[in-house]
Ligand binder design. Structure first.
Ligand SMILES: [Fe+2]
Length: 280
């Protein structure tokens, strides 16, 4: 493998490796180390299929197979291989999306931070990419925390915050009634279990309340934190090419998606490695 650090706040591009063959434990350990060091690992030109991606994911750690809410419509193509989902705006003959979270812009977030054990790694393989937009952005949350002004740090240090997600929308959910949506309290700042570094662990899409404060007062505290974290100097934006396979460290970065049009086909194959309960 050849590892080239990106000229960006995070990320490395890794060539001279083919994941058609499932990595052995030594290679899997190298790949984990690259992800932990660079937060985002980009492997261009991969041609593997869903089964091979799943075998790869298993080599890195336990596969995330989460049960979705009963009323959530899972596209048929996502249920063929458990552990694999497609993120896609492509419609079938009935006009139904063939993938999850199909359309449009998505704000910065940590995957499944609204559960007790957020995902460790998320990975996406590009099968179809739009002509315009639909880029993925990652934000380096180590740097976001390290550079945060002390008075802003004081507002959240040592506190927990509530993260929520409503599968019915890709926007912020209706916060007036949180009874029936998934939610979890997480430390605002986590110590990464592998790197030992502190990372900011709140995000604009899902984090809505700081412990001890109302939702309204929490917004007053959290909005400047989000504004600080999402500055361009901490962000790498990736324009997808078919065959790009990208893995990221979900405890060290947030990710977001830029706008793209319906009809401008986008299809990414997603799998995840399960995580553990977080440590403040
Ligand atoms: Fe996500």
């Amino acid at each position: 493998m050849k590892v080239t650090r990106l000229d960006a706040p995070l990320g490395a591009r890794i060539t001279d490796v083919d994941f058609g063959e499932t990595p052995d434990e030594a290679l899997a350990a190298d790949i984990r180390a690259i992800i932990h060091q660079h937060q985002v690992a980009i492997f261009p030109g991969q041609t593997f299929n869903a089964k091979q991606q799943l075998a790869f994911t298993q080599a890195l750690g336990p596969i995330r197979k989460r049960k979705l809410p009963d009323d959530y419509i899972v596209p048929a193509s996502s249920s063929e291989t458990p552990g694999i989902a497609y993120v896609s705006n492509i419609r079938d003959e009935n006009g139904e999306p063939t993938g999850v979270i199909p359309d449009g812009e998505m704000w910065f977030h940590h995957d499944t931070c609204y559960t007790d054990a957020p995902d460790k790694f998320t990975m996406l393989c590009a099968i179809a990419v739009p002509n315009n937009g639909g880029n993925t952005m990652w934000c380096n949350m180590y740097q976001a925390w390290e550079t945060m002004p002390e008075d802003l740090k004081q507002t959240i240090r040592g506190k927990k915050a509530l993260s929520v997600y409503d599968y019915a929308t890709i926007a912020k959910p209706n916060l007036s009634n949180l009874d029936n949506i998934e939610k979890a309290w997480q430390p605002c700042v986590v110590t990464h279990p592998q790197t030992g570094r502190e990372a900011l662990f709140v995000n604009r899409l899902m984090t809505c309340q700081v412990e001890g404060l109302s939702i309204e007062d929490s917004a007053t505290i959290l909005d400047p934190v989000f504004d600080h974290a999402e500055q361009r100097q901490f962000v790498y934006e990736h324009e997808w090419t078919v065959g790009d396979f990208i893995i990221w460290d979900n405890l060290a970065v947030t990710h977001a998606r830029t706008h793209f049009e319906l009809g401008d086909d986008r299809r990414l194959r997603r799998s995840k490695v399960s995580g553990d309960k977080l440590v403040a």
